[in-house]
Ligand binder design. Structure first.
Ligand code: C5P
Ligand code: C5P
Length: 488
């Protein structure tokens, strides 16, 4: 049963129980870690893998797009006595029960809302040992991510694993859990970040939340910023250059090279900040959204000053790019500490990722007939025009672009192999009004013969081809009941 009261002792106890079993795996025993492909998935899998490596066990890591029967059928033949699912599994527990046996011990380390009435989660049911903060009254959609949950286990395996805290922060930021004041982490995430700051692993500061603010020229960080989307500036270097000039800040040094934030005086930083906020308000953003360009920054101190991994948000976006472009090995290598060849490969991949995103955003702009504004939801029917691995990322960005509004949740539908992938995103405000996308998608997709789930604020699923219209009309009705129709 889900717990409404916070039970930190219970969470600690369960972490300890799992840590105890993982620590007692004999060296040489085949172990498989299966994780989701996004930043939180890859960081959570890497945290567990690092902790196992430290205890003398070399796990095999498998990154998967989703955990369905097909993915399980692929994993099944892999010989492993221990299988650890991270950032997935709570929603598929029934499916996984069939997979466990006397020869196979299964662990789930997840933070998604578990489906109603499925085991009590707080103890081992069948052959599965599951850790999910929801069972102990902690909200896995904003208080702790899968990587944070994995970190709790890793720390119980060895105090030396406290060094993995930056990865837990990267995972939480990748899952956009920075919903506290000024884009700060809250709850258990905040405790992990504060501990990591005290031990000198990260720095927490306030500043301009532009992409790669430390490692890139100012003009580039502005051009590369997609969260929040800067209308007229994101993706347009020329426009960013002109914007800085008109704000009275010279984008170049005297020798012609670009200036970065560290080259600006405090007055100049203030000038850029206030010009940017004013500009965003003039573009129709609410003052709260516009001011979100200033916020809490998390810097990983051991990363080089010019590295895309120094700013924890940029790190998250980098690992996400690896996952979304299918470069799973690269994502894992980075999280396990490879900083040689992996960094060079990453820089090329980031540029490819950005080009893909721009192309998809252009497609949305040029195809208004594929956009649907319903009573309570808005939908992008992407067909085969947007990669199903990227649709979640694209709707997150498109959510703050015209013609979409943040007053209703956004859905994206994209063709995958033989099915249609569904992704949905909401806002904290909509969640406060009663939105629960995880249960809305689960219910609507089940009604059309599909599956789905996730968090209240972000969820996904798969439905059969040809059921798109039925699905969006059902989900529109479900969301209407949750938040009411949207008054325009
Ligand atoms: O599988 P998982 O839980 O890791 O993915 C969560 C997804 O939800 C991420 O892609 C993240 O970007 C999105 N999200 C969001 N807004 C939030 C929380 C999560 O868009 N407030
Ligand atoms: O795929 P996408 O990024 O849209 O997923 C949003 C959230 O929904 C993620 O947390 C993901 O793990 C979850 N999800 C799920 N079941 C699915 C598909 C996605 O729980 N079938």
């Amino acid at each position: 049963m889900l717990s409404l009261h916070k039970n930190p002792k219970g969470l600690e106890q369960k972490s300890l129980e799992i840590a105890g079993e993982l620590s007692s795996i004999p060296p040489g025993e085949p172990v498989l870690v299966v994780c989701h492909l996004d930043a939180d998935g890859i960081t959570s899998g890497s945290i567990i893998a690092s902790a196992l490596l430290r205890s003398g066990v070399a796990p095999h890591i498998r990154v998967v797009k989703q955990l369905d029967e097909a993915a399980i059928a692929e994993i099944l033949p892999i010989k492993a006595k221990y299988v650890i699912f991270t950032d997935m599994g709570s929603g598929q527990r029934q499916l996984l029960e069939r997979f466990g046996s006397a020869e196979r011990r299964i662990f789930i380390i997840d933070h998604h809302q578990p489906p109603p009435k499925e085991g009590d989660g707080a103890g081992a049911v069948g052959s599965i040992l599951e850790l999910n903060p929801h069972f102990f009254g902690f909200d896995g959609s904003n208080e702790i991510s899968a990587s944070g949950t994995a970190f709790l286990v890793a720390k119980k395996m060895s105090s030396e694993n406290a060094s993995l805290a930056p990865l837990a922060i990267v995972g939480a930021l990748g899952d956009m859990q920075d919903k506290g004041d000024r884009g700060s982490l809250v709850g258990l995430n905040a405790s992990i970040a504060e501990d990591a700051q005290r031990s000198g692993l990260i720095a927490i500061s306030k500043g301009l939340k532009l992409y790669g603010f430390e490692s890139r020229p100012l003009v580039k960080s502005m051009e590369y910023t997609l969260n929040p989307y800067l209308p007229g500036l994101s993706g347009d270097e020329g426009a960013c250059f002109k914007f800085l000039k008109s704000a009275g800040v010279e984008p170049r040094k005297q020798d012609g090279s670009w200036r970065s934030i560290s080259d600006l005086s405090n007055d100049e930083i203030r000038q850029v900040t206030s010009a940017l906020i004013k500009y965003l308000i003039s573009q129709g953003l609410s003052s709260q959204e516009a001011e979100s360009v200033v916020g809490v920054l998390y810097t990983i101190k051991s990363e080089a000053a010019d590295s895309p991994l120094r700013d924890a948000r940029e790190y998250a976006s980098s690992v996400n790019a690896c996952g979304r472009l299918g470069k799973y090995g690269l994502g894992v290598a980075l999280c396990l500490g490879d900083r040689a060849g992996a960094l060079t490969e990453l820089r090329e991949l980031i540029s490819e990722y950005r080009k893909k995103i721009s192309g998809y955003l252009r497609w949305i702009e040029n195809n208004p007939s594929s956009l649907r504004v319903m009573n309570s939801v808005q939908v992008i029917l992407a067909g085969s025009n947007i990669d199903d691995r990227m649709i979640g990322t694209i709707i997150s960005i498109a959510f703050s672009m015209k013609p979409f509004t943040r007053s209703r949740p956004i859905f994206g539908l994209s063709n995958a192999e033989g099915v249609v992938k569904v992704s949905a995103r909401g806002t904290p405000d909509l969640v406060r009004r009663g939105l629960n996308l995880g249960s809305a998608i689960r219910e609507a997709s089940e009604q059309v013969g599909g599956t789905g789930g996730g968090h209240n604020i972000a969820a996904g699923g798969q439905i059969p081809v040809g059921k798109e219209e039925a699905f969006i009309s059902i989900v529109d009705g479900i969301v209407a009941k949750m938040i009411g129709g949207v008054k325009l």
